[in-house]
Design a protein around this ligand. Structure first.
Ligand code: ATP
Length: 309
């Protein structure tokens, strides 16, 4: 028995590693168009979150193509443990900013610091392990719901998977699937809605529980009611754990309660402040807010009828 358990343990660890590498690959694919040439410097050290995850962009410049600058001179601070929103017109570089943080690409000027460490000087693996992302479109694996959530933390128990799903407001929906948590999803599995997919992605992230959390339009496919309920849960978790979080969102209703709102325009920071400050400032944000407010009824519901969950 003893002899047999050794190779089995070995196989188990190979299996776990395979799973882990799938997870890492997925994280990479999620952020898309990954630059595989990014390598650790010979003296690279693991990222140490000594201040709790303060993020700084200092005069950051970036272009995908030399003739089209996306970030011109971006300087901003995301305080540790705070909920920060990045807003701005479509194509202004919000997702790019997240990709740079994840080092899918490196900056072409200036630098990005996390707790005073230039992210180009730390081990890229340790950086990516500290970050959890809910991207605009999460690919699902051809596997069960349970496993799709567990990719966030491969050693998690089913109870932990369920707890994450509960916080992501999808547990009740999953229970109604034909085989519950055992239901196969993905391309060859059951078709699930965009909103369900987003909540599976959030479950995965909550299970991973990284120190830095990025949400890129993570709730855009949900109706206002479900989105609000999910955001309440996420906000509760972020507050309780004092996590640094970054939200990219078009619907300002989901982020207006952020500790800080950063408005990007033309590759730079146009305005920063709290919702109140930005409304008083009467600039870009205030204009966006007024335009969106006409889409809501007085009770906060959307004007056009929706019906999900
Ligand atoms: P949205 O709000 O529409 O999601 P965004 O502010 O997140 O937009 P990004 O996705 O950061 O914008 O893209 C910024 C600009 O860079 C866009 O004009 C986009 O077309 C361009 N872009 C994004 N990825 C690439 C790429 N891999 N190669 C070339 N151009 C790109």
């Amino acid at each position: 028995v003893f002899q047999l358990s050794v190779p089995l343990n070995f196989l188990g660890s190979v299996y776990r590693e395979l799973r882990q590498s799938l997870l890492d690959m997925e994280t990479l694919f999620n952020l898309q168009k990954v630059n595989v040439t990014i390598k650790d410097k010979p003296d690279a050290k693991p990222l140490v979150l000594s201040k709790g995850g303060e993020i700084k962009f200092e005069n950051v410049k970036f272009a995908y193509h030399p003739d089209r600058q996306i970030l011109r001179d971006l300087t901003l601070t995301i305080p540790a443990g705070k909920k920060v929103a990045i807003v701005g017109p479509s194509g202004c570089g919000k997702s790019t900013l997240l990709r740079l943080l994840f080092r899918s690409y490196d900056v072409q000027g200036g630098r990005i610091l996390i707790d005073d460490q230039d992210i180009r000087d730390v081990q890229v693996d340790s950086l990516r392990k500290s970050i959890g992302v809910v991207p605009q479109d999460t690919p699902l694996f051809n596997d069960t719901v349970e496993h799709n959530i567990r990719y966030g933390q491969i050693n998690a128990s089913l109870d932990e998977v369920k707890a994450a799903a509960q916080r992501a407001h999808i547990h009740n929906t999953i229970e109604k699937f034909p085989d519950g948590y055992g239901t196969k999803v993905g391309e060859r599995g059951m078709m699930i809605s965009g909103g369900e997919k987003q909540r599976l992605a959030v479950s995965r992230l909550l299970l991973k529980d990284p120190p830095l959390l990025f949400f890129d339009e993570a709730t855009s496919a949900l109706d206002t009611h479900t989105e609000q309920a999910l955001m309440n849960n996420i906000n509760g978790i972020l507050r309780e754990k004092s996590r640094t979080s970054l939200f990219v969102a078009h619907r300002l209703r989901t982020i207006f309660d952020s500790d800080l709102i950063i408005v990007l325009k033309d590759g730079k920071v146009a305005e920063t402040g709290t919702h109140r400050e930005l409304i008083d400032h009467d600039g870009v944000y205030s204009e966006l807010w007024s335009a969106q407010e006409t889409l809501f009824n007085e009770d906060g519901s959307e004007r056009e009828a929706t019906g999900q969950d």
